[in-house]
Design a protein around this ligand. Structure first.
Ligand code: FAD
Length: 478
């Protein structure tokens, strides 16, 4: 019998449950990718993400060709069209079943629901897996039978589920039956001009499943032990920098878990503090995907705490531009925003600082920042980005309490004490002595009066007080 594997954000052969399921039940397989540029534009795909996705797609096509399968790549406009196309193609190819890995935001779920209905109508079965998560959303329930709103109990339940369900072996690529068509399509990796984002080339990011797997393995063996010390230092490469690969599914989280298990056979117990903290980041990723699944309004640009929609967010195009361009006069904020523009990536601690600054110092709607991030990030992930923004703006579940407002200067002193990160991204501050790097304005006035670096655009103390007062009003009405 024959099956079709529809690959979306799961561009890998190893540990891909949809492929494994199809190969276990059918002799002949068809592999299909349907590009949906209109929907990707509507979802604010950045140029960097676009580039990485297509480069990895070419690697996947080559890997499949080595096994005798020609990846069928087709382009339509939207998600809706992709379903129509897949069902028509599956019918023409006379397949018995379509295999997919689930995705959890609303549009993706609507697309897959439509697929199930339309395929069933023509007698084709749809088989779904949760291969992009370690734990599927339905497998975790709070004591009250609902979903967890707080991360800590979620993490505990998530780890328990890993123990209960065990960690199945990563399914081998060799499960794919050999085919006879060794031709690989040539993928156009160029980014269309209208796709947003300053970073348009991603050659610094390796692609190819085997290489990415190697990167995970090296990170877990050599760095993860020190993660808890290094993760808050943006000047160091202390985190894994794997986020772009989870997003397009070039690697499965289970592979990472297997590498951790090699270090600690009792996994998830027995991990060193660094590795355990790193595992918690993988759980944060799943926490936000589960939330998308359980709370559809998150996919409709609504805050988790609905009353926070009454916050009087300020509209100021010029101030927003200054934030986007890294011209706020707060060096740590500006360094982060320039790193994002240049590379399509930003260190997590700095993401928190710039998001806090936009919402709590500039009093601007978190959705503006969320969209700017999506349009620039190479790892733009709707659940993680939405979660990160709502956490920072205090509108989300388990968010930072609204009265805790980061002081960007104190944060800067803490996470970049010698200003190494700041100087890397703000060359105009390269001569400022360490003592003045976090608040360089007085020094610049005296020793470098022609320097164009702007004065701070807001007074943090005043902005903080206004934010807290406004938010209190919104939350408690006084
Ligand atoms: P590591 O520290 O090595 O962590 C390992 C993996 O865990 C990451 O690759 C990522 O998949 C996951 N992870 C780590 N932290 C988080 C987190 N807080 N939430 C969810 N998953 C996490 N992450 C994205 O992948 N895409 C986004 O679009 C995104 N937007 C963000 C926006 C804001 C405002 C904030 C505060 C955070 C955002 N994050 C996002 C989370 C986090 O910043 C990145 O995952 C992390 O910086 C990626 O670097 P890394 O791969 O070196 O992570």
């Amino acid at each position: 019998s024959k099956a079709l594997v529809w690959l979306r954000n799961d561009l890998r052969l190893l540990d891909n449950d949809a492929i494994y399921g199809a190969a276990s039940n059918h002799e002949r397989l068809n592999f299909v990718v349907v590009r949906t540029p209109d929907t990707w534009r509507a979802h604010d795909w950045s140029a960097a993400k676009w580039s990485l996705y297509h480069r990895q797609l070419q690697c996947l096509a080559n890997d499949l060709a080595e096994r005798g399968h020609s990846l069928h790549v087709h382009t339509v406009a939207s998600f809706k069209d992709s379903v129509d196309y897949i069902v028509a193609y599956a019918t023409k190819q006379d397949v018995q079943a379509i295999y997919i890995n689930r995705e959890y935001p609303l549009h993706e779920r609507q697309r897959d629901h439509r697929l199930c209905v339309n395929a069933e109508e023509v007698g084709i079965q749809v088989v779904q897996y949760d291969s992009n998560l370690l734990v599927a959303p339905e497998r975790i329930q709070s004591g009250t039978g609902s979903f967890y709103r707080m991360f800590t109990p979620f993490f505990r339940a998530w780890k328990e589920e890993l123990v209960t369900a065990g960690l199945p072996g990563p399914y081998q690529r060799s499960v794919i039956p050999d085919g006879s068509d060794n031709s690989a399509p040539t993928i156009d990796v160029r980014v269309p001009d209208d796709i947003p984002g300053q970073c348009r080339h991603t050659d610094d990011w390796l692609v190819g499943e085997a290489q990415i797997r190697q990167k995970v393995s090296v990170y877990v063996r050599e760095k993860a032990d020190h993660y808890h010390h290094l993760r808050d230092l943006p000047s160091e490469v202390g985190t894994s920098q794997l986020s772009p690969y989870w997003e397009i599914g070039a690697i499965s989280p289970r592979i990472a878990a297997h590498f951790l298990q090699k270090q600690a056979p009792e996994f998830p117990s027995g991990l060193s503090e660094g590795m355990h903290t790193w595992l918690s980041e993988l759980a944060w990723r799943e926490f936000y995907q589960h939330l998308m699944f359980h709370v559809p309004r998150l996919s409709r640009h609504k805050p988790f705490q609905e009353e926070t929609d009454n916050y009087p967010w300020r509209k100021d195009e010029k101030a927003f531009q200054a934030w986007c361009e890294g011209q706020t006069g707060y060096p740590i904020v500006d360094a982060g925003m320039r790193q994002l523009a240049k590379t399509g990536w930003m260190h997590n601690r700095v993401r928190m600082i710039v998001a806090n600054f936009l919402t709590k110092d500039l009093h601007m709607d978190w959705r503006l920042g969320e969209q700017w991030f999506m349009r620039n990030l190479i790892d733009g992930s709707f659940p993680a980005n939405n979660g990160g923004w709502q956490w920072s703006a205090s509108t989300g579940t388990d968010a930072v309490p609204y009265f805790r407002v980061f002081n960007p200067t104190r944060q800067s002193e803490k996470v970049d004490p010698d200003g190494v990160y700041i100087r890397r991204w703000l060359p105009e501050l390269k001569d400022v002595p360490i003592k003045h790097i976090h608040e360089p304005h007085q020094w610049l006035r005296q020793y470098d009066p022609d320097n164009s670096y702007p004065a701070p655009m807001v007074n943090h103390k005043e902005a903080r007080e206004r934010f807290i007062a406004n938010f209190k009003q919104v939350k408690h009405g006084n």
